[in-house]
Design a protein around this ligand. Structure first.
Ligand code: ADP
Length: 417
């Protein structure tokens, strides 16, 4: 603002003074006889008195000074008509000259006289602006203090909290500007609270479940120490091995669960039919052992979007269950196809099946259908379910082959091309 004010004041003032010069010169040119005769306004000063004082000179046709308002200032004769800026005594001088009948009038003034006025006008224009700075500053300070005050309060109350206190922050009487922040924080806190609750529940369940197989291992060790002959010893060792094996499987599944909750891998487009064939091939060995007819009854190209490895885990868990629960000489049919742009994976068996009222509960952690004689942890389908939830896929259980057994059907969301 200062620069702009200065530049425009300078332009205006130069214009006004130049116009003044011209007017004075033209007026005097017409009336010079009167002025000279009267000897009016002669000054004995060596300098002009400021912006309102002018040096007026009359020059004869042979450029001899015939009259000057300030004879002690020996300013030079004009070398052309009109406006000029020249150096005189180390200073810039502005002058205007006009002639009539050979007589020349020259009106002059040092530029510094004008400059002083330009600076003065600039300062006067800037003053109101400068005066509003402290007022603006005060208002800004008050506004910022009010908004930050609430933030300081909030951060203070957050600092005092322990890592486990996840209650929402008070949202009343906070400035509008930070309401979205407080809302977002409260949302995060409530999700953290939910996650912490699940974690606690999981740890408790896991500890509870681990106790049973470990207690069994302890019991079998005692039995082993009391065996009387080689046969009993062999049997006890066999039982102990199975007990240890069960504990290891449980720990492995717990680990798989923990990893599922914490790992964030990038998802990719997966060739589902290829994965399906690989999984079935890997499980052919156990199927042959039980003389179960395991095969893919329907195989069509299907693609889906998920984290690599997730689909294997889902398929392996479901087919392994069928292998476990279907008695020897049974049948397991796997199907992989696309329906309405969605990849579908199905496993049907002719085992004992799952009673309709149990079908929703088998996906709960550690839940096993009562009366189940097969060794297990109840974690397999819970792992399957949480993977599918993340993928946005659906899983349903119905009746399997020929009105017997169980059928698990997984429907994935449409895969991006
Ligand atoms: P686990 O097999 O270790 O018990 P899961 O979570 O894999 O745990 O399965 C939960 C329950 O669902 C099992 O205990 C079993 O009762 C039932 N189930 C799962 N798959 C089948 C199946 N193919 N046929 C019959 N019952 C099954």
């Amino acid at each position: 603002m200062g620069v702009v004010s200065y530049l425009s004041a300078r332009d205006e003032i130069n214009e006004v003074f130049d116009a003044n010069f011209k007017q004075i010169a033209l007026l005097l040119d017409r009336q010079k006889n009167v002025m000279v005769d009267a000897g009016a306004g002669i000054s004995n000063k060596k300098k002009l008195k400021g912006e309102e004082d002018f040096l007026i000179q009359f020059w004869s046709p042979d450029l001899k000074l015939s009259y000057s308002t300030h004879p002690l200032i020996p300013f030079v004769a004009p070398d052309k008509q009109g406006f000029q800026t020249r150096n005189f005594n180390g200073e810039e001088w502005r002058s205007y000259a006009t002639s009539r009948n050979g007589m020349t009038v020259q009106v002059s003034q040092p530029q510094s006289a004008r400059d002083a006025m330009i600076v003065e006008i600039t300062l006067k224009m800037l003053l109101p602006v400068l005066l509003q700075f402290p007022i603006l500053g005060l208002l800004t300070w008050l506004a910022v203090k009010r908004s930050l005050g609430a933030l300081v309060l909030i951060s203070g109350s957050l600092q005092k909290r322990s890592a486990t206190s996840l209650q929402p922050l008070p949202s009343e009487s906070i400035p509008e500007e930070i309401t979205p922040l407080v809302m977002a924080l409260n949302d995060l806190l409530s999700r953290l609270e939910e996650a912490a609750k699940l974690q606690r529940q999981f740890t408790a369940d896991a500890a509870h479940e681990l106790r049973t197989p470990l207690a069994a291992v302890q019991l079998q060790l005692q039995l082993l120490s009391r065996t009387k002959n080689e046969d009993e010893r062999q049997e006890a060792i066999e039982n102990l091995t199975q007990g240890v094996h069960r504990s290891i499987r449980l720990v492995e599944q717990l680990l798989a669960f923990a990893r599922l909750e914490s790992e964030a891998q990038p998802a990719a487009r997966i060739d589902a039919l290829k994965v399906c064939r690989e999984v079935v091939k890997l499980l052919t060995g156990p199927a042959i052992q039980k003389n179960i007819d395991l095969g893919i009854s329907r195989q069509e190209p299907a693609f889906l979007f998920t984290i690599p490895g997730n689909m294997q885990a889902v398929m392996t868990n479901i087919i392994e269950n069928s292998l476990l629960y279907t008695p020897a000489n049974g049948q397991i049919d796997v199907a992989m196809y696309t329906e309405d742009g969605r990849a579908v994976f199905e496993v049907s068996d002719n085992g004992p099946g799952i009673p309709p009222h149990e079908r929703s509960r088998i996906f709960d952690r550690f839940y096993r259908v009562p009366g189940n004689m097969v060794q297990g942890t109840g974690l397999g389908l819970a792992i399957v379910k949480s993977i599918l939830d993340k993928d946005g896929a659906d899983i349903t259980v119905t009746t399997g082959i020929n009105g017997k057994g169980a059928r698990f059907k997984v429907v994935y969301p449409p895969s991006p091309a």
